[in-house]
Structure formats: structure tokens, C-alpha cells
Write a protein that binds this ligand. Structure first.
Ligand SMILES: CC[C@H](C(=O)O)C(=O)SCCNC(=O)CCNC(=O)[C@H](O)C(C)(C)COP(=O)(O)OP(=O)(O)OC[C@H]1O[C@@H](n2cnc3c(N)ncnc32)[C@H](O)[C@@H]1OP(=O)(O)O
Ligand SMILES: [Co+2]
Length: 136
């Protein structure tokens, strides 16, 4: 079911500083920051040869990453994102296997304008897992 590693997400206390670290110190290709109000975050993507790093910072009062940043004030790895061909088939199989899908269980459109969903970290070895459908 899961395919490539689409991205590893890191919540950061200072998005500009983190983007500069990857762009200027690591010499990586770094996107501009983009507010994602529907998700309560601002994102910056670092393009690597084999995957991407998603830098995240809370956006708005109800950001789902705010408590994570409070718990980890220097930042930290927040989630991994695996690609799937069919997110609805994946969701239904995972739910049938007893996994909890976060939110209302319906995929939302993510940063790549593709459907995404999240699984409860307690069901995935304490690691928040995001699934992203590779086809539109
Ligand atoms: C723009 C879209 C973009 C994309 O790639 O397309 C994104 O990735 S959007 C990213 C931001 N959105 C989300 O993360 C949505 C899914 N996440 C959530 O709904 C929350 O973060 C949630 C429910 C996983 C945790 O929320 P919160 O921290 O407020 O809840 P609790 O404090 O009650 O935590 C419950 C329990 O889970 C542990 N926890 C929390 N976050 C993580 C994490 N990132 N990885 C692992 N474990 C996590 C937390 O420590 C609690 O455990 P406990 O043992 O009870 O202390
Ligand atoms: Co993500």
C-alpha cells in the first residue's frame, strides 16, 4: 500500500532561520514560505533528490502543531508522509485494520494539492504518519 517517502516534516520555532539553514548552510533548494490556513501551518519545502523536508510553523490560534512546539521549543520531527495510489482504498483498509484516522476521516487537500490524511500516532509506534495520494 505505501510507496515512496514523500516528506519528513519538522516543526520549527523560526521558519526564516530554518529556511536559511537549509538554503545557505546546507545548500539545498528551498521554497518560499506558504501559509496553509486550512491546516493551521505555514510551510516551507526543502527539495532533496529522493524526498523532501517540510518545515512547519504554527499558523493561527488553533494550529495542530502548536502544542507540539510548546513541548519541543527547539523544534523537532513532527511527521512522516508516505505516498499511496488510492487514499480512499488505503483509508478503508487501515480502518478495517483498526487504525484511527484523524479528523472526520475524510481526506483533505494538502500542500501539494493532493488528498492527504493522518493516522493517530499511538497506532503507528508514536510517529505521526501522513498519507498523500500521488495521483490528483
Ligand atoms: C499543509 C498540509 C501539510 C502537508 O503535508 O500537506 C501538513 O503536513 S499539515 C501538518 C499539520 N497538521 C497535522 O499535523 C494534522 C494531524 N495532527 C493532529 O491532528 C495533531 O497534531 C495530533 C492529534 C496528532 C496531536 O495533537 P495535540 O498535540 O494537540 O494532541 P495531544 O497533545 O492530545 O497529543 C495526543 C498524544 O499524541 C502525542 N503526539 C502529538 N503530536 C505528535 C507527533 N507529531 N508525533 C508523535 N506523537 C504525537 C502526544 O504526545 C500525546 O501523547 P501522550 O502520550 O498522551 O502525551
Ligand atoms: Co506533511
Amino acid at each position: 500500500m505505501i510507496g515512496r517517502l514523500n516528506h519528513v516534516a519538522i516543526v520549527v520555532p523560526d521558519l526564516d532561520a530554518a529556511a536559511s539553514l537549509y538554503r545557505n548552510t546546507f545548500g539545498a533548494t528551498v521554497s518560499a514560505a506558504k501559509d496553509q490556513p486550512a491546516h493551521g501551518v505555514t510551510t516551507v519545502f526543502v527539495r532533496l533528490d529522493n524526498t523532501a523536508i517540510e518545515l512547519l510553523h504554527p499558523l493561527g490560534a488553533d494550529s495542530p502543531v502548536a502544542k507540539f512546539l510548546e513541548r519541543n521549543p527547539s523544534g523537532g520531527v513532527h511527521h512522516v508522509c508516505y505516498e499511496v495510489d488510492d487514499i480512499y482504498a488505503a483509508r478503508d483498509k487501515l480502518k478495517a485494520d483498526g487504525m484511527r484516522v484523524l479528523g472526520d476521516g475524510e481526506p483533505k487537500i494538502g500542500a501539494h494539492d493532493k488528498p492527504i490524511l493522518f493516522l493517530h500516532p499511538k497506532d503507528t509506534n508514536g510517529t505521526l504518519v501522513e498519507l498523500e495520494q500521488v495521483s490528483a
